[in-house]
Structure formats: structure tokens, C-alpha cells
Ligand binder design. Sequence first.
Ligand SMILES: [Fe+2]
Length: 611
Amino acid sequence: MNILGISAFYHDSAATLVRDGEIIAAAQEERFTRKKHDNRFPSNAVEYCLSEGNLTAEQIDYVVFYEKPLVKFERLLETYIAYAPRGFKQFLMGIPLWLRQKLHLPREMDKALNYNYNGRYVFTEHHESHAASAFYPSPFKKAAILTMDGVGEWATASYGVGHGNKIELTHVLHFPHSLGLLYSAFTYFTGFRVNSGEYKMMGLAPYGEPKYYELILEKLVDLKDDGSFRLNMSYLPYCHKTVMTGSKFEELFGGPPRRSESPLTQREMDIAASIQAVTEEILLRAAKHVHRQTGMKNLVLAGGVALNCVGNSRILRDGPFEKIWIQPAAGDAGGALGAALFVWYQLLNNKRKVDGHDKQQASLLGPAYNDEQIRLFLDSVNAKYHTYTNQEELIKKVAELIGQEKVIGWFQGRMEFGPRALGNRSIIGDARSQKMQSVMNRKIKFRESFRPFAPCVLREDAHNYFEMPDEQDSPYMLLTAYVCDDKRSPLNTPLEKLKGLDKLKVKRSSVPAITHVDYSARIQTVDAERHSKLHRLMSRFKETTGCPVIINTSFNIRGEPIVCSPEHAYRCFMATNMDVLVMENQLLYKEEQPQATKHEIDEYKAQFQLD
Ligand SMILES: [Fe+2]
């Protein structure tokens, strides 16, 4: 039985194909259209899923959409009425898309499937989809489920229990009280883009002090012991305005929002630190409450808030659960996957087998390209490349190049599903290099200098470099951990006193390129089962250097979706200062290619809107 899951029309549209309970394919639309967070109907992703499954639309048994549009529309209407006549402008802006597409989803989906699909359309609830995406692929037979995001229909958070093949969500928190929207309001206020820059604000937090923590809890968030809360909406006008914060908010935080791209000041860093601390407090209280209520040992998480890896780690470190598992595509893209699994297990009551391993397949669920396809493309653009018929030779060479501080585009196997590059569409480099953080930010990614880089670490060495329990892994880069004491560099007093962005000047560990200013790192553990080739490469690098850690950042520049095809990868390689590109068994050196001119670099950057 083939089930096609779809999420669309909010942010991060995606499609997934589930066959007899197994995930066959999953991809975000942005990777194909090259428009980041593309929220249009995922026609390309659907087409890819069908081709991966060797299917035509007639052969699909169910198409399932990840939320209930009519209920969502009801929420918009009711919110409008509650605030009327304020909010009329916002209401008018949203209505055309609803009338044109969102209220006619079966019609839109018929069209997208070329009128070849004759089966039923199923609509699951938004948080059911998140919950299903967290529980069904998890390695647990039973677990508590916690979902948190901006908003779905009415729910902004939910919890309950998954057991065998069934999930039951027993409690929900309703709009407008939303941790996701609260976090987004601060994202907006600190000058980053909503639904995109949340990650940056989290990365900025360690530069600041949580000075506003008490103030936020006193004025904005009425937080209960059980982690539920009410927001004081007089500070947060998002129900009736197109902006997320207003004049009362500005009074509280000393002036207007930071204009995007203007210099960051200590105020933004302190605000980021404060809202991050509040978020962690909410998550911890919620986790403790859910633990008490459900009596479960394990917890699964999804919803956009579950991409807050610092928060996830607090739950793991200071919370009551023994193990946690987080859906890698925790945002709305993952709703497509959850919706499809929900139909298979919950509605069709199929048996679920649990064997201690997760069923996410390393989240490598997107398109792959073989050597022949890659060479065909490279020949078409007259690229110069070296094909390695002996893979060990290739690995040896790449390990050597990493050690020479070369920045390497690493394009292998199936593309990742979810926002993180997990070593198949990655840019990699030497984590021991002191200059690498700044080189990669400025010359490769063209992004803000404060942003940290994440490490890949060999699974078997993770506990030697990072403070994490031996049995814990982090294959999806959704947890952070502190660099171990013996890997840290001793600091003298003047260095310890540096504030704000000056903290960047300090070498903090033997792997400085991936050590954030608070000594944390967002870790991906690499094991041989999930990532055979990358694991071999890293093992080789360790053999020659003693270091089991490398930098792993997504293969893209600022504002660009992660590359999907060899063409995307080659163009990104040529437009940036990347030194080497490895696509399957083809290796390209920049200096051997026809030179990309400065003008072309600017042209390339101009294609993507700054995020
Ligand atoms: Fe969501």
C-alpha cells in the first residue's frame, strides 16, 4: 500500500511516500525550486516521491494532507472577529490565498496529480502529524509525546502517549498562546527573519547574558508549574497585525527592533540569551509534567520548537526522561511524513515492529545521483574532474585535503530530509583549524560572522570530546553538548572577560572551529551503519591526525536551500571559495576549473534572498 503525505501552504512544503509502513522517499520542495522555505504545493517533491517509488498517481492508495484547512480557516475567522475591527488589513491580505487554494485542497491536489489519482484524500490534524512523525519512526515501543510549534489549526503544543501502533494526544495548548510564536516574536525583534532566523537567534544567545529573563516571565509569559502558559497579548500583536511586536514590547526592551543586517549590539545578544533561557524553562517544566502524567521512560519530540537543539539537550540533561528521540524534520516538512505514517498505523491499524533502531534511515530519504549521471553533467559544463575507481584512494586523498585546511564540498548518496545537512550534502573542513570558522562564514557561506559551526564526530569517540553519556548518540544533529574539560584551552583572565562578539577571538579548545563561545557544540555523531563512507573518511582523518572531529555545515550559501543535484552543487562550488568538490567518486579542484569571476559570484548570491 502506497501512501503519499503532503504538507504545504504554510512554510517548508514537502512530500513523502510511505509503502507498507516503510519510508520510501521524503523531500522538501525548496530543494527542487531553489526557493528557501518554499510553501507552494510541492509538485516537484511529489514527482520525485513517485519516481523513487516507481509509481504513477493511479497507484497511490491514499493521499494525506498534514492538517485540516477548514479548521484552520475557522481559527483565522474567529481570531479576526475577536479582534475586529483591528486586523482587517491582515485579514484582507490572507483571504485571497485561502479562497484560491487553501479551501480547495482536493481540487488543488487533483490538479497537481494530473487528475490521475482516484482515491480518498485524508486530512490529519497538524499536531497529530507532528506527533506521528515523532513517535512512529522512533526506536521506542512506547513513549511520551510532546509537540510544540508556532500554530497548527488551534493547537500550539500537545502531549500524550504513543504505544505500539497508536498515538493518543490527551492535552493541547491553544492559539494564541504559543512558544513557537513567542520565540519568533523575539526573532523578529532581534532583526532576523521569522520562520527562518530562529536558529540564528539561538546561536546568538551564548554571546549575551539572560538579563531580561525575569522581565519576560513577569510581563509577557504567565508560566505555570506544568509548563503551560498564557502570553500577555497586549505585548504581542500578532493576532491582528502583520508585525510580531509593538510599542509596548519596544518600551520593555529599550527601543525599536533591530533593523535586519544592521550591526548586532549587546542588547540583542542579551535578549537572545533571555528568551532562550525562558524557552528552556518552559520545555523543562513541560517535560517534567509530561513525565509525571504519562509515567513513560522515553520521550519523543516534534514541531518546530524541537529544532531548538539547546532546549532538547536541557530536556535530556536536566529532565526526567531516560531517552529522547526527535524527528529530524521536526518542522512542518516532517508533517508530511507524520501524516502518511498516521494513516498507515493509526487509521489502518497496521502492526508496528520495534527492534531498538529508529526507522528514519539516517533521514537520507531524498534523491541520489550515480557516478554516470554526475559525469554526464560535469562533461556538459566542461568541468575538469578526477574519477577514483578505488574508493579507499579517494578517501585517503580527501582526508589529506581536510588536513591541509581545504574546504570541501561533500556530495554523496541520498539527500537529507529535514533542515540539517548530515554528511551527504555537506561542506566539510578541519575542526582543528583556528581560521576555519571565519573563513567558512565569510568566504564560503557569505553569512554572519557570529554563527557557529557544528561538528561531525565519530560515534565511538563522541564521549572523549564531548560531555555526553557513552550510550547517547546524536545522528541527526539535534543535541548540543559541551566540549570536555581536557580538550579545552586554558584561558587567562582578560580573555575570560571579553564580551559580545569579541568572544570569538579566543581559541577555546583543540577543535576551535566547532566550539561555540560557551564551549557547546551542536553534535552529529557519525556511525558506520548510517554513514559508511563518511565514517571511513573520518576514521582515516583520525588515523593520520588523531582527531575524530570535522566541521560539517550545509552545502549552500546564505539564503540558498541545501543543494540537491550535481548541478546545484557544482554551481555553488564555483561561485564560492570552496577548494574541492567531491561528488560520489569524482573529485574536482577549484584551481583546475575555468575561473569563476567576481561578477558571477555576485550574480549567484543575488539569486537568493537573505534569510
Ligand atoms: Fe507545525
